[in-house]
Design a protein around this ligand. Structure first.
Ligand SMILES: *[C@@H]1O[C@H](CO)[C@@H](O)[C@H](O)[C@H]1NC(C)=O
Ligand SMILES: *[C@@H]1O[C@H](CO)[C@@H](O)[C@H](O)[C@H]1NC(C)=O
Ligand SMILES: *[C@@H]1O[C@H](CO)[C@@H](O)[C@H](O)[C@H]1NC(C)=O
Ligand SMILES: *[C@@H]1O[C@H](CO)[C@@H](O)[C@H](O)[C@H]1NC(C)=O
Ligand SMILES: *[C@@H]1O[C@H](CO)[C@@H](O)[C@H](O)[C@H]1NC(C)=O
Length: 685
């Protein structure tokens, strides 16, 4: 595709034809890109392209929200043509219609009136209450440099089409709410709440920022209770007034800091059930020193306000920043499939690629399943895009596509989560409610939106059992759970009624929550005998397990001693780089639109190259990255034990307990608690 830039029109025609041939009778987005590119370059005067929102050459890092089948896109960055490298920040306000069907070459999009007031920002979040949109956070332009104004919440009332400013928001403690950017937002409409996790503050988010001060990554969890909704934790449970209620859960001290990481450029996904108010999953992202691995997932219990960690199984996606994710629920609720698409690969520095892979994280089994996209019209790799689930189709909008493609227009793609296929059209399914919930789940306000029509694909059934409606036989994480919602909770199980009126799955009632399902009714015949059997089996397993752990512990201890000896020898000879693991370093300025919006703190300074190369260099120390000679490994140990920053590729700051040995002598308890990790350590060696 890179050569397109210099091609003549005849070459374009032939490319277009071969593309068509590849994908049989339907024209794929690639063809559209080629043709549009050609039109853009035709020697006619520039067209007022913004007249049709589908015509932007590229759009990324925007904020989006879906309300009753209308997808709203606010701001972010966009280019009219591939040469444009400044003034990409905008406050355009667009819709994509998901209530009617369209071809991906010509999605039904509309420009809403340009807002006056809400600033042009990227990488913030758009919450919604079902009738109102709320714009939180985001960063201002770095080219030309814009000066942020103090944060105001802007709300958009959908029925009256009006924007409203809520200036100087403060938390319940009276502390001004900061404008964070590149954090991960999540909307929980039935609770009337939005959350925003992490992100960072710097001179493009915060007025009066001293240019010599590094970007600060936040470990905060910000909660906004929408106006008119009540939240038992604030205002004595009375409904919030017209400015809503802000709470910084970090400030309130209710966060368990051990499980609470700093993080930017990741995603948060809501999954109903398992706890009173459902859970959130934090995936991908990182900081300038460390990236979030996806072998262990951060799980947040909304009601308990606590973070936990859960190990996953299956083949695990590489760490990345700015992917998108959206979840879809089996009709009976027995599984939720989180789809994670694309994102930016961070290393090696200077050749960051945009992934185009698709992954499913199946909950509650916490198994990763890579989607087979062979022979499919997969959208070009991207990052900073958004995903919206509706009518069980995942609609991908925009994204930075690297330098290989000059334009990606309209840049909207549709993935059928039941067939696991990229489609050339979006289909507006008949039936379903305004929230596009599964019919079996319509009575449950906490049920996922957008799942209407979803059937569990064969590839997922092979892993979690059951059938297209659900009935998953894997009902708990494949890896051991020690605490938290997956230790005590359950999915919400719904009764699925077939077309002929028969019941497909018979279990508890909707909304039962963690302790409401099971248990009641249906007592087994000989409970005492069953319990005795189970207890005996448990003891046998425990004995075996302790023996195994003792063996692992002895191996690990021996290994540790060897590495300490080695790293002590090495630290005499090899100097550690001055700057460790800045990592992603999307530093190519104009070439790399994610630029400043990536993880690097110093992209605006000339030292950035050096730092970024440091990042690349340390990447090999990664837990999941390709290993690693013994030397690298020892280097890693050395680094940690001298208390410097973690290298690129290690787990998140606070999850550094997942690092290889952490530079601490292994303990038997540690092995007991996490035999798998310990096993990895000794296996790696
Ligand atoms: C969206 O649907 C919900 C539920 O039916 C309804 O309460 C709400 O008013 C609708 N919002 C808009 C903007 O149509
Ligand atoms: C929340 O509180 C923490 C700790 O005081 C602070 O660092 C962070 O900036 C606050 N977050 C926001 C978004 O205001
Ligand atoms: C990462 O950013 C922090 C500020 O957020 C800064 O103190 C630190 O030096 C940076 N680390 C590197 C390796 O650049
Ligand atoms: C998605 O795929 C499933 C399974 O092949 C099919 O039954 C369904 O009609 C498709 N949905 C759409 C919207 O194309
Ligand atoms: C479920 O748990 C909640 C809180 O732990 C408790 O108040 C409630 O009584 C429990 N319900 C049942 C049916 O056990």
């Amino acid at each position: 595709m890179a050569s397109l830039r210099v091609m003549g029109s005849s070459a374009l025609t032939s490319i277009a034809c071969s593309c068509c041939a590849c994908y049989h009778d339907t024209c794929t987005p690639y063809v559209t890109i080629v043709v549009r590119w050609y039109l853009d370059r035709a020697p006619t005067p520039l067209l007022p392209r913004q007249d049709n929102p589908a015509d932007a050459c590229l759009r990324w890092s925007h904020q989006s929200a879906v309300v009753n089948g209308t997808l709203y896109l606010y701001g972010g960055r966009a280019k009219r043509d591939s040469n444009q490298d400044s003034n990409t920040w905008n406050n355009n306000f667009l819709t994509v219609d998901l209530k009617t069907g369209w071809q991906i070459s010509s999605p039904t999009m509309e420009h809403l009136p340009q807002p006056s007031g809400p600033p042009p920002t990227s990488n913030g979040f758009l919450w919604n209450s079902g009738n109102t949109l709320y714009l939180y956070g985001g960063e201002y332009s770095d080219n030309p440099e814009a000066s942020p104004v103090p944060y105001s919440l802007w709300s958009y009332d959908i029925p009256s089409s009006t924007w409203k400013e809520h200036p100087k928001p403060r938390t319940v403690e009276g502390v001004p709410v900061e404008r964070s950017a590149e954090g991960s937002g999540v909307n929980i409409p039935h609770l009337g709440r939005g959350l925003y996790f992490g992100g960072h503050v710097d001179r493009f988010t915060t007025p009066g920022w001293d240019i010599s001060v590094f970007r600060v990554y936040l470990r905060s969890l910000l909660e906004f209770t929408f106006p008119g909704f009540s939240n038992p934790a604030v205002n004595d449970g009375r409904a919030a007034g017209e400015d809503g209620i802000w709470r910084n859960l970090t400030d309130d001290g209710v966060q368990d800091s051990a499980g609470f990481t700093e993080r930017a450029d990741g995603v948060l996904v809501y999954v109903p059930g398992y706890s009173e108010q459902g859970i959130l999953l934090g995936l991908a992202g990182g900081t300038n020193k460390s990236y979030t691995q996806m072998n262990v997932i951060d799980v947040y219990d909304i009601a308990e306000q606590k973070w936990y960690k859960q190990a996953t199984t299956g083949s695990i996606p590489e760490y990345r920043v700015n992917p998108c994710a959206a979840a879809v629920s089996a009709a009976d609720g027995s599984s939720v499939q989180v789809h994670l698409f694309a994102g930016q690969k961070l290393l090696p520095y200077g050749s960051q690629e945009q992934y185009d892979d698709m992954w499913i994280l199946s909950i509650p089994s916490f198994t990763w399943i890579q989607v087979d996209q062979k022979d499919q019209p997969v959208p070009p790799g991207r990052s900073g895009h958004t995903c919206t689930m509706w009518n069980s189709q995942m609609v991908v909008v925009g994204g930075y596509v690297g330098t290989e493609l000059s334009c990606d227009s309209p840049g909207i793609y549709v993935f059928n989560t039941s067939s696991l296929k990229w489609n050339t059209n979006y289909a507006a399914l008949k039936g379903g409610n305004e929230l596009s919930q599964q019919i079996s789940q319509e009575q449950d306000p906490s049920a996922l939106h957008g799942s209407y029509g979803y059937t569990v694909p064969q590839a997922v059934q092979e892993v979690i059992g059951g059938n297209a409606m659900g009935s998953a036989t894997v009902t708990a994480p494949a890896q051991t759970v020690t605490a938290g919602p997956f230790a005590t909770g359950r999915p919400i199980i719904y009764t699925v009624t077939q077309g002929d009126g028969s019941v497909a799955t018979e279990t508890a009632t909707p909304g039962a929550g963690p302790n409401g399902s099971g248990g009641s009714g249906r007592g087994g015949p000989n409970i005492a005998a069953i319990i005795a059997g189970v207890v005996a089996a448990l003891f046998a397993i425990l004995a075996g397990y302790l023996g195994f752990c003792a063996w692992v512990y002895r191996r690990q201890l021996a290994l540790y001693k060897r590495h300490v000896a080695m790293s002590q020898r090495q630290s005499l000879g090899i100097a550690a780089p001055a700057v460790l693991g800045v990592g992603p370093g999307n530093l190519k300025g104009n070439d790399s639109p994610l630029g400043k919006s990536s993880l690097d703190a110093t992209s605006a300074t000339s030292s950035s190259n050096v730092n970024a190369r440091g990042g690349a260099g340390r990447g090999v120390g990664g837990y999941h990255a390709v290993p690693t000679t013994k030397n690298t490994f020892a280097g890693g140990l050395d680094r940690v034990s001298t208390n410097s920053a973690n290298g690129g590729g290690v787990n998140t700051a606070r999850s550094s307990t997942d690092d290889l040995m952490e530079g601490q002598e292994p303990t038997f308890l540690g092995v007991l608690l996490s035999p798998r990790r310990s096993l990895k350590v000794i296996n790696r060696d």
